[in-house]
Design a protein around this ligand. Structure first.
Ligand SMILES: C[S@@+](CC[C@H](N)C(=O)[O-])C[C@H]1O[C@@H](n2cnc3c(N)ncnc32)[C@H](O)[C@@H]1O
Length: 362
């Protein structure tokens, strides 16, 4: 069957299912099923998602429709969206910096709207205009709904574009007074923070504009993780399966309050970036020596972000409060255990969006 005939088939089925929301949702599910022949994947997927919204509009309280729709609509949306907005300390650090930076009449630019939370904070802090871009079209659409529902549609504009496509005169009337973003990954730089900052600061901001966060660092310490043995393979039932370790990720994301993790040295910055300078931020290597104060079987990494001179956020492990960001635990490559008094050299390299950490005895 040709693609055109195929698409016409689907259209006939959709027409027949109009007025029957569950049938519409099931059709959406089948359209998105990659096993079935259908119109080109992107068009088909988009159509399937539109059908989900039609089915929801007709039967907003049907749990089967909700389940089918949630499956399809969440496909490209990371689950952490639900946890970051509940991170009280994160939100407070951003809100405080926005309130301090924004003066009446100012234009604020955000990269990465998500739910629209930070954009609404900026509007609440007194911005005349907030322009926020969001690269994921499904998320941009939801942010528009949320901003309208909260009464900020007159001051907050969502642009469904990647930040690199924003243009002065087209998307912004002029350069912005304040730039805010929260595109910070567990490793700080994995969501493109360095690349976005290098592009946005010189191109879309007034000279001297406030940049929130204005600085960020990759923090590390020696650490002991008592379940580290489960992260590497050895002998199982008399068989040596250790060769599989070459396929195992070098680090593990742990909740920062994990009781099996403890810090074994002072903390230090492995890399630090002043975002407000706008870069450039070339790939770099670094190394520093940490003295073990307690047995250590690896290195733990977390982030610190300074939203302004007075406010910062840090998810240092075992400090009492949870975090929407994870800590990354890197077991020593040779499974050794450092003893109190041992000096360990920790090495790092970053490739602007990637981070590597490894360690050895001094
Ligand atoms: C971690 S979320 C933050 C959401 C919201 N600003 C908050 O802090 O609650 C980052 C969002 O930015 C979007 N994003 C990341 N990089 C982007 C870019 N360069 N241009 C546009 N959107 C981007 C992602 O799709 C995601 O929705």
């Amino acid at each position: 069957m040709s693609q055109r005939q195929d698409a016409e088939d689907w259209d006939a089925l959709i027409k027949a299912a109009r007025g029957e929301p569950l049938a519409l949702a099931r059709l959406a599910d089948r359209m998105a099923d990659r096993e079935l022949p259908k119109a080109p994947v992107d068009a088909g997927t988009e159509k399937a998602r539109a059908l989900c919204y039609s089915a929801i509009a007709e039967a907003p309280n049907d749990p089967e429709i909700a389940a089918i729709a949630a499956n399809l609509l969440s496909e490209t949306v990371p689950q952490w969206h639900a946890t970051i907005i509940l991170d009280r300390a994160r939100n407070e650090a951003y809100d405080a910096a926005l309130q301090a930076a924004i003066k009446p009449g100012m234009r604020v630019l955000e990269v990465g709207a998500g739910t629209g939370l930070l954009a609404m904070m900026a509007a609440r802090a007194g911005a005349a205009e907030v322009i926020t871009c969001e690269a994921n079209p499904l998320i941009a659409e939801r942010a528009r709904v949320i901003i309208a529902a909260n009464g900020y549609a007159d001051r907050v504009r969502i642009i469904g574009k990647h930040s690199s496509e924003l243009r002065i005169g087209e998307d912004l009337a002029g350069p912005a007074d304040v730039f805010v973003s929260e595109i910070i990954s567990d490793a700080l730089i994995g969501e493109g923070m360095l690349l976005v900052t290098e592009d946005v600061v010189p191109r879309l901001l007034k000279p001297g504009a406030a940049v929130i966060p204005y600085r960020g660092s990759v923090r590390i310490a020696l650490a002991n993780y008592t379940a580290a043995g489960t992260m590497r393979m050895g002998e199982v039932d008399g068989f040596d399966v250790s060769a599989f370790n070459r396929l195992i990720a070098p680090s593990y994301a742990l909740p920062i309050e994990d009781p099996l993790l403890s810090l074994s040295s002072a903390a230090a910055d492995l890399f630090a970036f002043t975002f407000a300078d706008g870069g450039p931020f070339p790939a770099r290597r670094a190394q520093l020596t940490l003295r073990a104060k307690a047995p250590a079987n690896g290195v733990v990494q977390w982030v610190r972000i300074r939203t302004d001179a007075d406010s910062y956020y840090e998810n240092m492990p075992r400090t009492g409060e949870g975090s929407s960001w994870h800590a990354e635990f890197y077991p020593f490559f040779d499974n050794s255990v450092a003893q109190p008094g041992d000096d360990i050299v920790v090495h790092g390299s970053h490739g602007r969006t990637t981070l590597r950490i490894w360690a050895g005895k001094a």
